[in-house]
Design a protein around this ligand. Structure first.
Ligand SMILES: [Zn+2]
Length: 499
């Protein structure tokens, strides 16, 4: 409600005119005050009613993975202002329909700039969209990124997952066990061959519902050895999922009657002993491996469970749960927690990558330059996860995703779970300081260790050379910068023929 700003609204625009920048995060009310300044933001006309945006269409290549692409909006509502723009407005995103309502544009006002987001969606899944818009403001914008792509396979290796093999029988005329060995794994391995994906498999020792020590354990080792060694031979890694699939929650944890088949652990000690049994089992199978990554069963982890991991299993350096918040799930940001645990959330999952996940994937490529995906072998058995479509279709959908990912971000590094943890650690502690001297940008990095990755968006001028590192253009005006020293100098030349 610009009305609330009163006359200070005009002062604000004087400031922009003199060289300031403004990001409009949220479309304001179309009141008379907005109309007073709308021409200064590139708006010729504002309608009285809001526009329902059902999809996003990229009109420029300013974001990685966006070019020539429409993405569906999951929960559309009358969100955007109905606007027509001035000639000079540079439009980046519009609604994906005949009308092509402008949703993101930039407009030069005097010596300054306005970037206007007419989007009005504020879920975590849009973070990278706002980050990209913010980076359009000043001449140069620099921020640390992770630069990593990780694929996790939950419940793998594990005993043959329970579940009806109805669709496997229908399409392949074989039992589940044979299907995993002869069809599913070779197909999954294809993606490693094609893109260099390095899988992190998360072990479940036994699908029992024991919730109290002593544990029976599993002595059927053949399957674990077979798949585990295949995974390791392909440059992958093995981490912990659980002794069984019961989340590490104590008896008083409230599942709100939603997980009827889950049993809760009798005591803290039983939780601890279950991980100890898993550790014994994994060490026996893979004596050379270090198990550094923990994925909570069903992405649920209690405070007590987390504490056990931190205090009793110091070899576990990272928890890989999920990025987007849910009702019960342990949701995370990419960071190092105060107790030293590295939080490496997974962003998307499964074989049916819908519009919400597509949005999240683009968003995070542009924010952290990260991809993090998990799948389960038993996704092919579960009708909620698309089983009836048949494996061929599910596989093609995942392949479509990976093709898009590596085409959009060919320079992204394939990492295992523990390598992702290392990358998050470096990213999290890195603090860049930027100074500009005429045609040079000096970047000073605090907490630089061996290497660092940054995004640099250059809005004025062209990048001519980099001292102290290398740069590749990943989207229009957006460079992936590899720092090999704590001091970098970017030399720019003036843009010719541009603005
Ligand atoms: Zn699982």
């Amino acid at each position: 409600q610009y009305e609330k700003l009163g006359t200070s609204l005009l002062e604000l625009f004087d400031h922009i005119k003199a060289g300031g920048n403004m990001l409009v995060l949220c479309p304001p009310e179309p009141d008379t005050y907005l109309k007073l300044v709308s021409d200064k933001m590139g708006i010729r006309d504002v309608g009285a009613t809001r526009y329902r945006v059902e999809g996003l269409r990229f009109k420029s290549g300013f974001m990685i993975g966006g070019k020539d692409r429409d993405i569906e909006v999951s929960d559309p509502f009358d969100s955007a202002l109905s606007v027509t723009l001035e000639e000079g407005a540079a439009v980046h995103i519009v609604s994906a329909d005949d009308k092509e309502m402008p949703l993101l544009w930039e407009y030069a006002y005097g010596d300054g700039k306005v970037v206007f987001y007419n989007l009005n969606f504020f879920e975590k899944v849009y973070r990278g969209f706002y980050c990209a818009a913010y980076s359009l403001l000043s001449d140069v914008c620099v921020w640390p990124v992770i630069n990593g792509s990780a694929f996790y396979i939950d419940d793998f290796p594990s005993p043959v997952p329970a579940g009806e093999g109805e669709f496997i029988q229908r399409d392949y005329h074989m039992d589940i066990k044979t299907f995993y060995t002869n069809v599913w794994w070779p197909d999954i391995e294809e993606l490693w061959k094609k893109h260099g994906i390095r899988y992190t498999g998360l072990v479940i020792e036994d699908y029992s519902d024991e919730n109290q020590a002593p544990f029976e354990g599993n002595d059927d080792l053949q399957r674990f050895r077979y798949f585990g060694n295949k995974l390791l031979d392909d440059g992958g890694e093995i981490g912990f999922h659980g002794y069984n699939h019961m989340p590490l929650v104590p008896e008083d944890f409230d599942y709100k009657n939603q997980f009827d088949t889950y049993r809760q652990w009798k005591s803290r000690e039983d939780m601890r002993l279950s991980i100890e049994e898993l550790n014994r089992f994994c060490t026996w199978l893979f004596p050379k491996e270090k198990f550094q990554v923990y994925v909570p069963p069903s992405n649920i982890l209690s405070e007590e469970g987390r504490q056990i991991l931190v205090e009793d299993f110091p070899q576990i350096r990272a928890i890989a749960s999920i990025y987007f918040p849910g009702e019960f799930e342990y949701s995370q940001d990419f960071m190092v927690s105060e107790d030293g645990m590295i939080e490496t959330p997974r962003i998307i999952s499964g074989y049916i990558i819908g519009s919400y996940m597509e949005t999240g994937a683009i968003s995070e490529l542009n924010f952290h330059y990260v991809n993090s995906h998990f799948q389960h072998p038993d996704d092919v058995l579960d009708t909620d996860r698309g089983a009836q479509e048949g494996w061929e279709k599910l596989k093609n959908r995942l392949t479509e995703y990976t093709d898009w990912l590596y085409e959009s971000a060919p320079d992204i590094r394939n990492l295992t779970g523990s390598e992702m943890a290392g990358a998050v650690q470096r990213y999290y502690y890195l603090e860049p300081r930027i100074t500009r001297q005429e045609n040079e940008i000096h970047i000073s990095l605090s907490n630089f260790s061996d290497e660092a990755w940054l995004f640099t968006r250059i809005n004025e001028g062209l990048l001519e050379s980099v001292e102290g590192g290398t740069a590749v253009e990943t989207a229009d005006g957006l460079y992936l910068l590899k720092a090999e020293s704590s001091e970098l100098v970017l030399k720019l030349t003036e843009q010719t023929g541009g603005d």
